[in-house]
Design a protein around this ligand. Structure first.
Ligand SMILES: [Zn+2]
Length: 131
């Protein structure tokens, strides 16, 4: 860790860039080259808004070692106005209050500090709108 996958995904993580299929309109995040729905190859880049709604959520009470300090915390699938879905941690609130329909803003936060080499991993997290 960090894995090659992490480094490849940096542009997506930083810019919230997704891909919209010109054939069927599906928005995929992270961006990819083949539409996950219709297998079309004509996709255009789309910048997601830093806002969305919780679709489903769960409270993580027993976390992997590296996140143990933060448990319990809420993980949620957020849908942006563009129709893209991404899974993020919901922070700055009581995890038990997170549920479908909750409006959130996507913020850029430190996700974890690697044990070896002191490498910092950043990514998006969701915070409830209006506290
Ligand atoms: Zn498609």
């Amino acid at each position: 860790m960090p894995s090659p996958r992490y480094w490849r995904e940096i542009p997506n993580r930083f810019r919230l860039e997704a891909a919209r299929c010109t054939g069927c309109g599906t928005v995929a995040f992270p961006a990819r080259t083949i539409c996950p729905k219709c297998r079309g190859r004509e996709l255009e880049s789309v910048r997601l808004s830093r806002h969305g709604k919780v679709v489903t959520s769960t409270v993580v009470r027993v976390a992997p070692d590296e996140f143990m300090m933060e448990a319990p915390y809420a993980m949620a699938v957020i849908e942006t106005p563009e129709g893209a879905r991404l899974m993020t941690q919901v922070v700055d609130c009581d995890p038990d209050t997170v549920g479908p329909g909750m409006e959130v803003d996507l913020v850029f936060r430190l996700i974890r500090k690697e044990d070896h080499g002191g490498i910092l991993c950043y990514g998006h997290k969701a915070v409830p709108v209006g506290g």
